[in-house]
Design a protein around this ligand. Structure first.
Ligand code: GUN
Length: 284
């Protein structure tokens, strides 16, 4: 068997085109969504991510403002977020993680108005997912589910193993898939006999940041494999999956690059538009 590529790049372009059309309509009404990003410190990867968010905002024609601080106290950062919460022209707030050690990121996430939380990281929004009350989801889990839906991969009744237990990927993704009727197993670096948990799964989703982590012997024939890994090397971005061997055994597989990554970026824009639309309703 040769796996079908789950083309996240093509799907993300479709999403971006749709969003661009919606923004054009809003502009005709004289209104325009606006994203604010907050970056603290000198982490080069964070700088790259924030620059991409600016570029992506330009792609769909929304307004964008970056607040950059080489250094800032926790108290001052919290008051900056309060100001952004109060500003009527700002519809989405994204605080780039990780923050410097002297700042408690949980306090920062709690401060962001849940209606402007384009990342879907605030405790209110995460809790709403657990209770299946949410319509605002973190970008990577949302992007993964969109890819699965686009290719009509069944979730209800499927055995799904997620190799990631983070607050921004594994935990919300598990809750979302459970809500959709999946039978979900979440494994991580402390899991015993990890292969036993992956080799019978219909869908394996891996995000550990280790190149060549998932090998063909860890998946069953005809599985769906979603690679959330990002490792930057001189040869470009690498995922977690031994693509050459796993793609011979799986039915569907996401490439890296061109799989989950572009969908994550597109979902941020979709969340911005969603937040904007909710705020419009609240303002009426
Ligand atoms: N750092 C790494 N990924 C992300 C993300 O998706 N959002 C934010 N805010 N910070 C990140």
């Amino acid at each position: 068997m040769t796996a079908i590529n789950l083309d996240g790049l093509a799907l993300s372009q479709k999403v971006i085109n749709e969003l661009r059309e919606r923004v054009i309509e809003y502009k005709k009404e004289g209104i325009c969504p606006k994203l604010a990003t907050v970056l603290v410190g000198e982490d080069p990867a964070s700088r790259v991510y924030v620059n991409l968010k600016k570029k992506d905002s330009e792609k769909i024609g929304v307004e964008y403002e970056e607040l950059y601080f080489l250094d800032i106290t926790e108290e001052k950062l919290l008051s900056i977020i309060d100001e952004l919460n109060d500003r009527e022209d700002i519809n989405g707030i994204l605080v780039q993680m990780p923050l410097p050690k002297h700042i408690d990121s949980n306090k920062v996430l709690e401060k962001i108005n849940p209606l402007k939380d384009v990342d879907g990281f605030s405790p209110i929004n995460v809790g709403r997912i657990l209770l299946n009350l949410s319509d605002l989801f973190p970008c990577t889990p949302k992007g993964i589910i969109k890819i699965l839906e686009e290719y009509k991969i069944p979730i209800q009744g499927s055995d799904i193993t997620i190799i990631n237990r983070s607050n921004i990927i594994g935990k919300p993704l598990a809750a979302m898939l459970i809500n959709m009727g999946g039978t979900v197993t979440v494994v991580h670096s402390k899991t015993k006999n990890l292969k036993d948990k992956t080799k019978n799964a219909d869908i394996v989703i891996v995000g550990v940041g280790k190149v060549n982590f998932l090998s063909a012997d860890m998946v069953k024939e005809g599985a769906v494999v979603v690679d959330v890994g990002i490792t930057r090397s001189q040869k470009g971005i690498k995922g977690d999956v031994k693509f050459d061997e796993v793609s011979k055994k799986a039915a569907y597989i996401t490439p890296v690059p061109g799989g989950v990554g572009p969908m994550t970026r597109a979902m941020l824009l979709e969340n911005l538009i969603l937040c904007f639309e909710k705020q419009k309703v609240c303002a009426r």
